[in-house]
Design a protein around this ligand. Structure first.
Ligand SMILES: [Zn+2]
Ligand SMILES: [Zn+2]
Length: 132
């Protein structure tokens, strides 16, 4: 699978599919997903190969994890995020895939932070905060 940012300055290749996919309504994701939830692929770090140099933003997430988010400094597209507490895996933002619809979310997390108008798929497992 391949993906990249909107302007093409950063491209990446994934050697394997995700071990899990999630839709996340945490407050941080609402900033980067324009008010909506983000859709995230959890992939082994070793499977990701990146061309180009993203910028980073580090913050303490509601989960208590120290997150580093990667984005394109030219077009602003959200690309990856990773927790200092779990460096074996990272998160790829599904919207950056060349085929963004190919992995549907398997669970919804941080529903406590979702706005009242949010449409949450009742068929999916939902977690009010970060699942264990
Ligand atoms: Zn870009
Ligand atoms: Zn989130």
């Amino acid at each position: 699978m391949e993906g990249g940012c909107r302007c093409g300055a950063i491209r990446y290749r994934l050697a394997t599919g995700p071990v899990a996919t999630r839709q996340c309504w945490c407050r941080d994701c609402q900033y980067w997903a324009c008010g909506n939830a983000s859709v995230n692929l959890i992939v082994p770090r070793a499977a990701l190969q990146v061309e180009g140099t993203p910028l980073h933003y580090e913050s303490l997430a509601d989960s208590g994890h120290h997150m580093r988010r990667s984005f394109c400094g030219t077009c602003g597209s959200a690309l990856f995020s990773e927790a200092r507490e779990n460096l074996d895996y990272l998160v790829v933002r599904a919207g950056s895939l060349d085929l963004p619809g190919q992995f549907a979310p398997q669970a919804v997390i941080w529903t406590d932070s979702a706005p009242a108008w949010a449409v949450i798929d009742a068929a999916l497992p939902a977690f009010p905060r970060q699942p264990a």
